[in-house]
Design a protein around this ligand. Structure first.
Ligand SMILES: [Zn+2]
Length: 412
């Protein structure tokens, strides 16, 4: 079978295993499908000749492709098994469109992917695309990354002429709900650098993520029967909504910011008259700014307390992840070699920033510099998601070239 056809078959096989992450459970991984897909991948890695291919007790899949150049550094390749809970992910029906001829794409359920809402389509004429029937997401985020890493493993194992050092393969679980690195074992990875293959389009090297905290404000009011509420009732629900109205909206909000601007994002409100809770995401490329954002929240909570005499509140802020930019600047080889590989292949590329986080941000914080690379994902987390297999193929070529550069220029 031609490698390109094998890649398409592989990708379609993986997306048909439903692996939607479930934020409402503490179980790890949060959905059984992730264990099924992981088991399948560990078996396939073993069958193709990878060393020590296994699924660990937490569902993470590990394997090693031994190097064929002596004294070279170990590089980690990572993708995640789960898909976003923001769109249905069971019974995915992949539809392969070879040589896309342009124009809007009509999906089986009557919806369409239009040039209006997805202008990138204009640059994809001639590409092999995979969509769904319109009722589910595709899961190219991040099974495009999974399929690419599996192909890279197979091609390296079967092509002794391609130079490379030891490659550590790692598939993680529950990235979409912020738990991707919960059971990541840095010592087991034992790598010099890593790459997450989990980005949109092609040619981007993501070198910065947001720094992220989450704030929870809990209001405690006083409930009474409404018939006797006069002068006694303190409505925590009213307090919470007043509090949210005090948070900045025309600035420092997701609705009003772009590029390098940070924000405060109230995204969940639960409660009743007695108690209410507001959760707020704090995001900024400059980590120190998160403290100012937390101060803004505290000021709004204080003003709310004054407005509702007798109201009590508690504010807690937890760290979620940190901008990987600093780590990557201190360990420039991971990004520089990725650029060099694009130059060698004669392909355009750009350094990019993500208004979000990646598993690589957390791995970088632990000491493993891990930029994120494009893998042909489009319209992720939606039923109009699709993937460009042509771009996945280009990403595979790029990675094989990049691993060759690590082996030939960065000897131990
Ligand atoms: Zn992803």
């Amino acid at each position: 079978m031609l490698p390109q056809q094998r890649l398409i078959d592989r990708f379609c096989r993986y997306v048909q295993v439903g692996t939607t992450a479930n934020p409402d459970t503490d179980q790890y991984p949060s959905s059984h499908g992730q264990l099924l897909l992981g088991k399948m991948l560990a078996e396939e890695l073993h069958a193709m000749g990878a060393v020590d291919a296994h699924q660990d007790p937490n569902g993470l899949v590990w394997a090693t492709i031994p190097g064929n150049v002596p004294n070279t550094k170990t590089i980690l390749l990572n993708a995640h098994l789960d898909t976003s809970p923001e769109a249905p992910g069971d019974s995915v029906q992949p539809v392969v469109m070879e040589r896309y001829t342009g124009g809007d794409i009509l999906l089986a359920n009557g919806d369409s992917i239009t040039l209006g809402d997805t202008p990138e389509l204009a640059s994809l004429v001639g590409h092999t695309l995979v969509t769904t029937d319109g009722t589910t997401l595709l899961g190219g985020d991040d099974k495009a990354g999974v399929a690419a890493i599996m192909e890279i493993a197979q091609r390296l194992l079967h092509s002794p002429d391609l130079p490379h050092g030891p490659i550590r393969v790692l598939f993680t679980c529950d990235e979409e709900i912020g738990r991707g690195t919960k059971h990541f074992d840095l010592a087991k990875a034992s790598a010099t650098a890593g790459y997450t293959l989990d980005g949109g389009g092609s040619g981007s090297i993501d070198v910065e993520t947001f720094s992220a905290d989450m704030a929870t404000v809990s209001f405690r009011g006083r409930n009474t029967h409404p018939s006797v509420g006069k002068g006694v009732m303190i409505n925590a629900l009213r307090a919470a909504s007043h509090f949210v109205s005090l948070l900045p909206r025309d600035t420092l909000s997701p609705e009003s910011t772009c590029d390098r601007e940070g924000f405060l994002h109230p995204y969940r409100l639960d409660g009743n008259v007695g108690n209410s809770t507001v959760q707020i995401l704090l995001r900024d490329f400059i980590t120190q700014n998160l403290r100012e954002h937390a101060d803004t929240i505290r000021t709004a909570a204080e003003k709310t307390k004054q407005m509702f005499p007798g109201l009590e509140y508690e504010l807690s802020v937890i760290e979620q992840y940190r901008n990987m930019g600093d780590v990557l600047r201190n360990h420039p080889a991971a990004v520089e070699l990725a650029e060099k590989a694009f130059v060698q292949l004669g392909r355009p590329y750009k350094r990019d920033i993500i208004r979000g986080g990646t598993d690589g941000a957390l791995m970088s914080a632990l000491g493993l510099p891990t930029p994120n690379l494009s893998i042909g994902q489009f319209n992720i987390h939606s039923t109009r998601e699709f993937a460009s297999i042509t771009m996945v193929e280009q990403a595979i070529e790029h990675m094989i070239c990049l691993l060759g550069l690590w082996a030939t220029t960065q000897r131990n």
